[in-house]
Design a protein around this ligand. Structure first.
Ligand code: DDK
Ligand code: ZN
Ligand code: ZN
Length: 307
């Protein structure tokens, strides 16, 4: 049954089949957009959820799987699509969101890395691009965006896990996402990047300790989301700007999206807090995804109510 499908982790090949089948099963609501390809020439597919043709509709962007070993992240993107398609017009919150916003979902931003964690090294984080002058492979895609690129919190050493790349947007995966968001920046109102682990709801900036102009608004949004998760699921998520809540991390997709003009930009760190870490068991997928779903709904509804 479908519930077991969404309570399991899936190989990259399975996810590509799922993308195709989801579009075929929902031809009026789901469109598949090829936004580019990875270093090893795997396709980067975005699913566009659109339930109506309301003029001037805004949009929300959710990307998963930028870091290969964070398997709960792609699992959440699949979960979110399934929930949206199954509960539209049944659940009031998702109906309200989808009536007002299209949703662009990129289930696996780093397919080469994800594939590598299934075949070779479960703990791989970066992409799989080759770096001149060294045997070391991979760039940390969440340090490769053009936002205070390669300053403190990233490294210019290719053998490190936080290698920023040869230059901003040096990686094909980063370019594909940045190009798509640049060409859709007037309609994308919310940017969400899904990671694990440590149960945090973060917003810009991570590249500096400076606060955004809408810092208090973003803080209120993640605070309310964390409170709802605590109330409904008895689980604790910390929240705040990335630099203050987790660590300095320049070149991140959320900071870049914010500077592009997407003022509601967030990075979620899903379950858990370290007991299993990146190796979260499949039996925990449902609760982790429901917690993340509640946070997405809280934020999206607040933006819908504002506009
Ligand atoms: N854009 C940086 C948000 C804060 C850091 C997020 C974590 C996720 Se694993 C990281 O990229 O190190
Ligand atoms: Zn991550
Ligand atoms: Zn993380």
């Amino acid at each position: 049954s479908s519930s077991t499908f969404y309570e399991r982790y899936h190989s990259l090949e399975d996810i590509y089949f799922w993308i195709n089948r989801t579009q075929q099963d929902n031809p009026d609501t789901v469109k598949v957009i090829l936004i580019g390809s990875s270093f090893e020439k795997r396709p980067l597919y975005v699913l566009k959820l659109s339930v109506n043709n309301r003029p001037n509709k805004k949009a929300m962007w959710i990307d998963c799987g930028i870091h290969a070993r964070e398997w709960i992240s792609p699992a959440f993107c699949l979960w979110f699509v399934q929930y949206s398609l199954s509960f539209y017009q049944l659940n009031e919150d998702i109906t309200n969101i989808l009536d007002n916003m299209d949703v662009y979902i990129l289930p696996v931003l780093n397919p080469d890395g994800y594939h590598y964690t299934w075949t070779t090294n479960r703990m791989w984080r970066k992409n799989r691009s080759t770096n001149r002058g060294t045997k070391c492979i991979g760039v940390d895609l969440n340090r490769n965006f053009d936002a205070n690129w390669c300053t403190e919190g990233a490294s210019d050493q290719p053998c490190t896990e936080i290698y920023c790349g040869a230059f901003p947007e040096s990686e094909p995966e980063t370019q594909a996402v940045a190009d798509f968001l640049r060409s859709h920046k007037d309609i994308v109102q919310i940017y969400l990047s899904i990671h694990s682990y440590s149960q945090m709801l973060l917003f810009p900036y991570s590249c500096t300790l400076e606060e955004t102009e809408n810092h208090s608004e973003l803080l209120e949004m993640v605070q309310e989301a964390a409170q709802k998760i605590q109330r409904h699921y008895r689980n604790i998520y910390t929240y705040g700007s990335g630099a203050k809540t987790i660590y300095l991390a320049p070149g991140g997709s959320d900071d870049w999206a914010y500077k592009l003009g997407i003022k509601y930009s967030f990075t979620f760190e899903l379950q858990d807090r370290g007991r299993y870490g990146f190796l979260l068991p499949p039996s925990h997928i449902s609760k982790a995804c429901n917690e993340a779903l509640l946070a997405v709904k809280t934020i999206a509804l607040k933006v819908v109510e504002k506009t």
